[in-house]
Design a protein around this ligand. Structure first.
Ligand code: NAD
Length: 456
């Protein structure tokens, strides 16, 4: 059924079919243009993210703009190598033939971004889509409207308007857009909408990547250096005020560790955000009232050991740690996605592993331990999109590692070469020869089939 976007998508399809986006020179030129966009408009992008989330300058530059620039640098260095044919092994009868994998772009891809990292989550997939030779529609999140507007204004000034389009809008527009037949859909956001996206993709048998969320657990062992661990945990939790898909959602540790953690955390939070975090310029705000109200309700779980201050008119929630939280508490029933860190006391490693395995497979698992056996136990007996040991969030900066979920936290992966591969179909190619002698051997396969054909 045609939608109000049919004409736009048809035009992109035509350009793709004409082969405009395929040459490596073209891809390189578009990637360089996107790089320039990020470089020349840093102030505009930082301001938009401040308007949407009060995102601190440092976080906007390092976690968003520089992240995308780094992605592009990696693509530019490796593009030629990654786009080459990949020769494969073959059996003896094909000795004089060639078999290889040829990466080809899917066509017109749809990238649906989310609001928490509105530049990174929208442009980083686009880098992969361009590098692999696709045309693309980018749909930023309406929940971060300032950034969405800036992207709509800037992208056509730098990228080829005939091959890359920004379409803004909310549920109505996205629903309409999803009626179209895309060649690939890359979605980032919550799981419930992920199901809607997958249903829409199924209508056209369109392959898709779903970058979803969930509750990422953190196990804190008794033996690790509590000060260093605490600093790394609090940074990963409160960056972007906890509105980070890979933020540690909750801590599992013994009751005695919980006590120590709270003592140290009080000092470190003062170091990070001063006596009164409300006055700190380094804390983002909650994205909107709906999320503020949702988070406010989660405070009722366990008891507040640190923070707990909520100022609705400023969408401010102070960095909060809840202690003695139970599995049945409200805060443990959904992804928190805000500056609230519950601690669920457990007796030992086995209980922690059981706790994790009783729930959806998380996007990330964090394990803080000096004990190699403990780390091995978690690695071998749990499943998660990724696992970072003795730190939080930083594994995302290793672009030689794939990033993505498993089970309820998503499907597909990207970053670095994985982005290039995600947006490329891997076509199997076999090129045969016409050598007469080998044809005689090969002729055994032709009918009429006689007993002779089967002789060994
Ligand atoms: P959101 O509300 O911005 O939605 C994401 C996108 O889906 C938007 O572009 C939006 O327009 C579209 N959308 C929303 N409802 C829709 C509908 N009914 N039909 C079609 N499209 C619709 O963001 P969100 O879902 O609140 O994002 C937060 C979630 O995203 C969290 O669960 C977080 O963990 C997850 N996330 C995951 C990653 C990752 O890389 N795995 C990164 C960031 C966020």
């Amino acid at each position: 059924m045609p939608s109000s976007y049919t004409e736009v998508i048809d035009k992109l399809q035509t350009k793709f079919k004409q082969g405009v986006t395929k040459p490596l020179d073209y891809r390189t030129q578009q990637l360089k243009a996107l790089y320039r966009l990020c470089k020349e408009n840093e102030d505009v992008l930082v301001k938009a993210m401040r308007d949407d989330l009060n995102k601190p300058y440092f976080e906007s530059v390092i976690c968003e703009i520089e992240f995308v620039r780094n992605d592009i640098r990696g693509m530019l260095i490796n593009l030629e190598k990654w786009a080459q044919q990949e020769y494969t092994s073959k059996h003896i009868l094909l000795t004089f033939d060639s078999s290889y994998i040829q990466r080809e772009p899917y066509g017109v891809v749809l990238i649906i971004g989310t609001w928490n990292y509105p530049i990174q989550m929208t442009l980083s997939p686009l880098v992969g889509a361009i590098a692999a030779g696709n045309a693309a529609v980018v749909k930023p999140s309406e929940i971060s409207p300032a950034t969405a507007r800036v992207l709509e204004e800037l992208l056509p000034l730098y990228l080829d308007k005939d091959c890359y389009k920004v379409i803004n809008g909310g549920v109505v527009e996205t629903t309409e857009l999803l009626k179209e037949k895309f060649d690939y859909i890359f979605y980032t956001g919550c799981s419930s909408v992920g199901k809607i996206i997958r249903d829409a993709a199924n209508e056209h048998l369109t392959p898709c990547t779903l970058e979803l969320g969930g509750k990422s657990p953190l196990f804190l062992d008794n033996e690790v250096d509590i000060e260093v661990a605490c600093r790394r945990i609090l940074w990963g939790k409160f960056i972007n005020s906890g509105q980070t898909c890979v933020a540690p959602d909750y801590i599992l540790c013994t009751e005695e560790r919980q006590e120590e953690f709270i003592q140290v955390a009080k000092t470190i939070l003062k170091e990070f955000f001063g006596e009164n975090p409300h006055n700190s310029g380094d804390l983002a705000r909650i994205v909107n009232k709906k999320h503020f109200k949702r988070l406010h309700k989660l405070m009722a779980s366990g008891s507040v050991a640190i923070g707990g201050v909520c100022v609705e008119e400023e969408l401010y929630i102070s960095p909060t740690v809840l202690i003695n939280v139970k599995a049945s508490d409200t805060v443990m029933q959904e992804e928190i996605f805000g500056p609230i860190l519950p601690i669920v006391p457990i007796a030992d490693v086995d209980e922690a592993i059981r706790f994790i395995n009783d729930r959806d497979k998380p996007l990330c698992l964090y394990v803080f331990s000096n004990n190699k056996n403990v780390v091995k136990q978690f690695l071998n007996n749990t499943s998660s999109g990724s696992c970072c040991v003795n730190d939080t969030v930083v594994h995302l900066s290793v672009d030689s590692l794939p990033f993505g979920g498993v089970g309820g936290s998503g499907m597909g992966r990207y970053h670095g070469k994985f982005s290039f591969d995600t947006f490329s179909h891997k076509k199997a190619v076999l090129i045969r020869n016409f050598i007469p002698l080998l044809e005689k051997l090969g002729a055994l396969r032709y009918p009429p089939y006689t007993d002779k054909n089967m002789e060994k």
